[in-house]
Design a protein. Structure first.
Length: 222
């Protein structure tokens, strides 16, 4: 058993997550109006946990809390193969919400001092895999912890990890009416790609509607 997995992301018309490689997605998100922000935070409130990758933590320094609507803060889950991020990050303030770092046995043992510092801040650790995070095993363990719904807010490589293993149930895209361009600018899904029609993952349209100045597109597994 595993949680229901919902990818939620803002994207430009041309599918970009940021304005440039290495730039925070908060700049593009700043163009979202109040209706779109409320929609995003309503989903956070409805989900038991929220997950982003380590690169998002390093670049965006998000809090991953509910702010635009009244509601509960989800448990924050961060998978990382390296445990390579600064100590002073918003997610390590566990007074606002619980934080779980998911990592490999190798990284856990190699970064014991860093692990102990975070444990003193009440950050919890979950080991899933020997050399790298096993996403299927992670979801099984999260489900055992009574996490039945998981919101994934990226970035591109995290989305790839979930999609390539058929672990995504729904995708909610908040389309901001701008075009960013750029060949190396991160899109919704990164990774190696599927390369052929036989291997691509297929979804069907569940809903589409206008919300403020954005279009919301919702897809589910075909």
């Amino acid at each position: 058993m595993r949680p229901k997995v919902i990818i939620v992301s803002e994207v430009s018309i041309d599918g970009k997550l940021t304005l440039a490689k290495g730039v925070s997605s908060k700049e593009l998100m700043s163009l979202m109006d109040e209706d779109a922000n409320k929609y995003l935070h309503q989903i956070r409130d409805l989900c038991d946990a929220i997950l982003v990758g380590a690169e998002t933590i390093r670049t965006d320094n998000p809090s991953l809390t509910v702010r635009y609507v009244e509601g509960k803060n989800p448990i924050r889950v961060i998978p990382t193969n390296s445990l390579n991020f600064p100590e002073e990050r918003n997610i390590f303030n566990t007074k606002k919400a619980k934080t779980i770092i998911v990592t490999s046995q190798k990284a856990y043992e190699n970064k014991k001092d860093f692990v102990e510092k975070l444990k003193r801040k009440n950050v919890e650790f979950l080991i899933c895999g020997e050399d790298k995070v096993d996403f299927k095993n992670m979801l099984e363990k999260l489900y055992e912890m009574n996490i039945k719904s998981l919101m994934v807010e990226g970035g591109a490589n995290i989305n790839w990890q979930f999609i390539k293993e058929d672990l995504v149930d729904e995708i909610h895209l908040i389309v901001v009416p701008v075009i960013v361009g750029g060949e190396d600018v991160p899109t919704l899904v990164g990774g190696k790609g599927f390369k052929s029609l036989d291997n691509i993952k297929r979804y069907k349209v569940k809903d589409t509607f206008r919300l403020g100045s954005q279009i919301i597109n919702i897809f589910e597994k075909a």
